[in-house]
Design a protein around this ligand. Structure first.
Ligand code: SF4
Ligand code: SF4
Length: 389
């Protein structure tokens, strides 16, 4: 993969300036040679939550519009997609599309918003953290993927850029399931590399919006740049270098160890010089790869646990047949002896992914589903929105 990165100065989201900057970068990187007429392009934007565009947490509509217009001008067709945290439902997607300005982009340009809620599982035999990964089915509708992320420093995960943006292709609530199973930033990065490797035949181009970035402490900070590359790791390496982070504490070290990038020559800049974008006091969390992702991520765990139906097995009613223990995909069910020497099934909720297979498989129907208040409230809201549609 080429390691060329285009860095272009862009100091506002003014539509004309954005258009000029995107055209310049596309020209520098000869993107017209990789996007062909009639191609269907998934534009993987950054929509982690339902929030106004000026928050800088989500892809800015003017950048999305600029990229869509470029793709259209090359004769290709674009579908905007992401899966926000929380519920992957039509109502939540529509809420996010509206609040983030994506609905307006779609209405004013020739592109679609994804409403395909199906998911699929792809085998990742070379994966370090997963041997299969569940992703949005819209990936199967398109020829290629363009990854359009934001530059952020996150209190749980440290640097988030192009690679981390690919995590949005994991459907809604499943993100929390995955994060619950990972321990360190190194694990998270390896999971991202597993996703990127699985999608390498479709992922053709990557863009990072650094006009306004998020620095440590969740504050907005102008970086005044838009960065692009065919190579997702080169793109991240250039921004990691620009911010002054150590490669050895980031996904670049792991991508290098796994043969996806040469850490000694990770990128080559075309366009403006990287030094002209450096900010000495950009606030960072420079975590190392062994840093636990569960220090602050408990917020997500709390959300997830309070909204999921969970299986419950009472030792007294269990017949000790072990069917559930054998079928559980995460080995969350241990067979134990009670004080009378009777076998019963015991669930370890730290391992449980709430798949309900134990509930469905118990021949004696003694596995019950406990429904938290949060679950009822959430699904009531979803049904209300769906009824209104
Ligand atoms: S819900 Fe699924 S993961 Fe959890 S204990 Fe039952 S079978 Fe195992
Ligand atoms: S399948 Fe049902 S009866 Fe058998 S061990 Fe599991 S909970 Fe108990």
């Amino acid at each position: 993969m080429k390691n060329l990165v285009s860095l272009t100065y862009l100091d506002s989201y003014d539509n004309l300036k954005v258009k000029t900057a995107i055209e310049k970068a596309f020209f520098n990187l000869k993107i017209d040679t990789i996007i062909k007429p009639n191609m269907k392009v998934l534009l993987k934007v950054c929509l982690p939550q339902s929030i106004q565009p000026d928050s800088a947490e989500t892809s800015h509509p003017s950048i999305v519009r600029g990229v869509v217009d470029m793709i259209n001008s090359l004769g290709a067709k674009c579908i905007i997609a992401d899966s926000p945290y929380k519920t992957y439902s039509l109502s939540h997607l529509d809420e996010v599309y509206f609040d983030t300005g994506m609905l307006e982009v779609a209405n004013s340009s020739n592109c679609e918003l994804n409403h395909n809620l199906k998911i699929f599982t792809i085998n990742t035999p070379n994966g370090l953290k997963a041997k299969s990964i569940t992703l949005l089915d819209v990936i199967n509708e398109v020829d290629v993927i363009i990854n359009l992320g934001k530059i952020k420093i996150d209190e749980n995960l440290g640097y988030l850029g192009a690679s981390a943006n690919m995590f949005g292709l994991v459907p809604g609530e499943m993100k929390s399931l995955v994060l619950n199973r990972l321990n360190t930033i190194g694990d998270y990065n390896n999971y991202l590399i597993d996703i990127i490797d699985a999608l390498k035949s479709k992922l053709i181009f990557n863009i990072l919006d650094g006009v306004v970035a998020i620095e440590a402490g969740e504050t907005q900070r102008m970086l005044s740049c838009i960065a692009m590359s065919e190579n997702i790791f080169s793109l991240d390496a250039s921004i990691i270098n620009l911010l002054g982070l150590n490669y050895n504490n980031t996904i670049i070290k792991q991508a290098s160890d796994r043969g996806f990038i040469d850490i000694n020559f990770p990128f080559e800049i075309i366009g403006e010089k990287i030094d002209s974008f450096r900010i000495d006091d950009f606030a960072l969390y420079d975590y190392d790869l062994n840093t636990s992702i569960h220090n602050n991520i408990s917020k997500q765990k709390i959300y997830f646990n309070s909204h999921q139906q969970r299986p419950v097995i009472k030792p007294k009613t269990c017949k000790g047949c072990s069917v559930c223990s054998k079928i559980c995909p995460t080995n969350a069910i241990m067979m134990k002896y009670d004080k009378n020497g009777e076998l019963y099934a015991d669930i370890d909720y730290k391992k449980c992914i709430f798949c309900n297979k134990c509930f469905l498989s118990c021949p004696y129907m003694v596995v019950k589903l406990k429904t938290p208040i949060g679950f009822k409230k959430l699904h009531k809201e979803i049904n209300k929105y769906n009824d209104e549609k």
